[in-house]
Write a protein that binds this ligand. Sequence first.
Ligand code: ADP
Length: 162
Amino acid sequence: MRKAIYPGSFDPVTTGHIDVIQRATRLYDQIVIGVAKTPPKKPFFSLEERVDFLVSSFVNQDKVLVETLEGLAVEFAKKHQAEIIVRGLRAVSDFEHEFQMAQLNRKLDPDIETVFIIASPNSAYLSSSIVKEIAQYKGSVKGLVPPKVEEGLKKKFGFSYS
Ligand code: ADP
C-alpha cells in the first residue's frame, strides 16, 4: 500500500488543490490530507471549516483521508506510514519556498520523499488568497472552489452572488 500525505493550509481548499489530490490518487493508494492546525499565516477559516470543506469535497472517495496536522510534516507522514509528501507547484514563485521545505524535510527524514505535481494550466493561477480577495470584493468564485466553499465565502463576507 503506497501512501502519500498532502500537507497544507487549505484556507480554503480550491479546485487547484482538488486537481492535485485527484492526480495524486492515480499515483498512490491513499492520500492523507494534512490540514495545518496553525498555519504560518493566521487562517481566515477555522480548522473545523477547512477540514469540513475538504471532507465534503471527497465524500465516497476512500482513497482520500482528511486529518488535522499539528507539528512537522515528516512526523505526520510517519504516523500515517507514508513515505511521500505531495506538494503542488504553480509557478517559479512557488519554487524557492518548496525547494527549501523539501530539502529541510529530507534533512529531517531522508526516507521521506517530496513529490511535486505541476499545476494544470487551468488552475495554475489559483490560490486560496486570490479566491478570498475576489470574494471580499463580491466577485464570483464559481468554479474556483467547491460549492460548499463558495457558500462559506458568501456567509463570511455577508452577501449572495447573483
Ligand atoms: P501552504 O500554506 O502549506 O503553502 P496551501 O494550502 O497554500 O498551503 O498549499 C498547499 C500546497 O498546494 C502547496 O504545495 C501549494 O503550492 C499547492 N497549491 C496551492 N494551490 C495550487 C494550485 N492552484 N495548483 C497546484 N498546486 C497548488
